[in-house]
Design a binder for this molecule. Sequence first.
Ligand code: TEU
Ligand code: CA
Length: 546
Amino acid sequence: MTNPTWWKEGIIYQIYPRSFQDTNGDGIGDLAGIAARLDYLVWLGADAIWISPIYPSPMADFGYDISDYCDVDPLFGSLHDFDHLVEEAHRRNLKVILDYVPNHTSDQHAWFAESRASRSNPKRDWYYWKDPNPDGGPPNNWISNFGGSAWELDPGTGQYYYHAFLKQQPDLNWRNSEVVAAMSDVLRFWMRRGVDGFRVDVLWHLMKDAEWRDNPPNPAFREGQPDIERLLQVHSADQPEVHGIVQHLRRVVDEFPDRVLIGEIYLPIDRLVTYYGRDLSGAHLPFNFQLIQSAWIARQLAALIREYEAALPAGGWPNWVLGNHDKPRIASRIGRPQARVAAMLLLTLRGTPTLYYGDEIGMENVSIPADQVQDPWEKNEPGLGFNRDPQRTPMQWGDEENAGFTIGKPWLPLELRFRERNVKAFAADRNSILVLYRRLIALRRRHKALTIGSYREVESEGDVLAHERAAGGEVILVALNLGREAQRLKARGRGTGQVLLSTLGSREGEAIHAEIEIGPDEGLVIGYGAAADAGPIEADPPEGGG
Ligand code: TEU
Ligand code: CA
């Protein structure tokens, strides 16, 4: 494979900073907390951490509403704490990826204060201001991602401003060259401080229709879906002009060596892959959320993996995501036994895996009492199941009070069973999901076939999902059973294989001949040729860390 680099071979671990580790007892995680847990991430085998926003923010959308792009919110610490974190991470060979939120600022950002001050303010055009419709209503029919009109009337100047998310998150005008310049300097500011790359928030939203045409109705809309689904987002996102901006961001990132540009993009596969850009001049990794969005059905997953692999541009590096702070926890979505199978899939597919904090201990959605709801989306569109708090609860480190997350009152409640389900207990249990994750990561690191090898779908039926990875003399067969009944898979033509790892932890070392029996909810990694020589991966593999 051409030009392997850390963001191709490595594993990205997403940290939601409010919920990882609190060090000052305010019930909210902080940068010092992340620094204190870096050794855990090395032990697990992570190569990079992506930290959700840490910048000064009124926290209307928990940091995705930024009032200063070049500082740290006191809740999380200081620039000094940040520099310390980067230094400690780099000392351990961990890369640091920041969240970059270019689509909108907070309405408390100084830029917006100026912009709204008067129609003639030099920064007026930094945001999208439009006159009311002749009837006084909003300029077009666009809907906010969090429900209701995407337009807010500013009484002071008599115009509406556009916000794709909360009204506290006015959209920046990326057609304005001063905005482009100012936001480019933000990237440089953090890269100079040693940041290794960025996850770009809602990258496909950065350009809107130049004529602000109404979006057409969505004929498939049903009550109970998010308000935004009433319309097809034909004119409000994924505009052809966005690729010029993506390319520009990439050029800025390329001013510094070995940095990565990741894009958050919720689009169908054929649209998603356009974000690699012509001749790969766009994002290195347009986030691939197919595993999050698909039902957990073997045939459906096989089809989408096939479609994704086929759609990738030449040289475009794939990536896979199982969970994030916006989506229900994988263990709740597909059940605890299948969460182990999912881990094996995530860590054996071709492409960079992104792992959401807590998924490695099988954290589940935590139900949030109505009076403790934090998520603004839930507050805007209550009771329909859109609350994102359940997947943002504190990390479960141990069996002590508040699972070792805080000595104060946690900002969200902990999972009820944290006393059994936590890092400390699971690290000591060789059959835990945590040890499985650690072994999978170690296995992946050990075999070129898994990190940078070729991918081939293996023909299978029913609940079986199977694929083969190969590099040099190594051949690795991954056979997953997504169902509750034992299955068989033909495995002729590869010689005798050896089970390197089972999600059930029971069959390592077993010889595999012409046919494989896969138990209920079982996943197997089978090595052939040079891949078998190394033998099964131990329950306590040597530490990762690059
Ligand atoms: O999320 C964008 C986003 O589009 C999702 O919340 C979305 O509405 C849904 O998941 C698509 O299916 C990003 C951040 O990840 C999220 O936390 C922020 O609230 C949002 O942008 C605004 O910045
Ligand atoms: Ca704190």
